[in-house]
Design a protein around this ligand. Structure first.
Ligand code: FE2
Length: 162
C-alpha cells in the first residue's frame, strides 16, 4: 500500500477511528484476509486494499446500504489520482468486492473477491455474532479452526492483548 493512501482514507472517514467499522476492524480484516490468502491464493494486494477501504465510506454504524457503492466510487477516484499502483484486473476485483461486500445475495466466482468478503465476515465476532459457514464463500474460511481462530483474535483484541 502506498504511503499516502492510508492518510487519504482516514482524512475523509466520517466515523470515530475506534468505531466497530473503524481502523481496528480494517486491520483485523487485513490480517484474516492475508491468512486466508495463504490457502486460497487470493491476490494479497487486493486483500489489503479491500481491508482498509470497504467500510471507509460508512456514514453510520447501523444500516447504511449505500456504503459499499460509495467505497467502490472512492476506489476509482483514488486509482485515477494515482494513489494506488494496481492493474486494471486488480481495480476490477477491488471495486466489485467493495461494492457488494454487505450484500448477502451477491455472488462471485473470483477467489480474491470471495476471500475479501470472508475476511470481513470472520470479524463479525466483534459485534457478538458468530460467523455462519453458510454465509462464507471459501473452504479456507469455513473450517471450524479458522472460525475459532478469528473469534480468539477478537477476544484478544477486546482484552487489549493484540
Ligand atoms: Fe467491514
Amino acid at each position: 500500500m502506498k504511503a499516502d493512501l492510508l492518510p487519504a482514507i482516514m482524512k475523509q472517514f466520517q466515523l470515530r477511528q475506534d468505531s466497530i467499522h473503524g481502523i481496528e476492524h480494517w486491520r483485523r480484516v487485513g490480517g484474516l484476509g492475508l491468512m486466508l490468502a495463504e490457502k486460497t491464493g487470493a491476490d494479497r494486494n487486493v486483500i489489503s486494499l479491500f481491508a482498509y477501504l470497504h467500510d471507509s465510506k460508512r456514514e453510520n454504524e447501523f444500516v447504511d446500504l449505500e456504503h459499499g457503492a460509495r467505497a467502490a466510487e472512492f476506489v476509482t477516484e483514488l486509482y485515477k489520482t494515482g494513489k494506488m499502483s494496481i492493474s486494471e484486473k486488480q481495480l476490477e476485483q477491488l471495486t466489485y468486492a467493495c461494492r457488494y461486500h454487505s450484500d448477502l445475495n451477491a455472488k462471485s466466482d473470483d477467489i480474491t473477491v470471495m476471500t475479501c468478503w470472508d475476511a470481513d465476515r470472520l470479524d463479525l465476532w466483534r459485534v457478538g455474532e458468530t460467523p455462519d459457514p453458510a454465509r462464507l464463500n471459501t473452504d479456507a474460511a469455513k473450517v471450524p479452526a479458522m472460525i475459532e481462530y478469528s473469534g480468539q483474535m477478537t477476544k484478544d483484541f477486546l482484552k487489549g492483548d493484540r
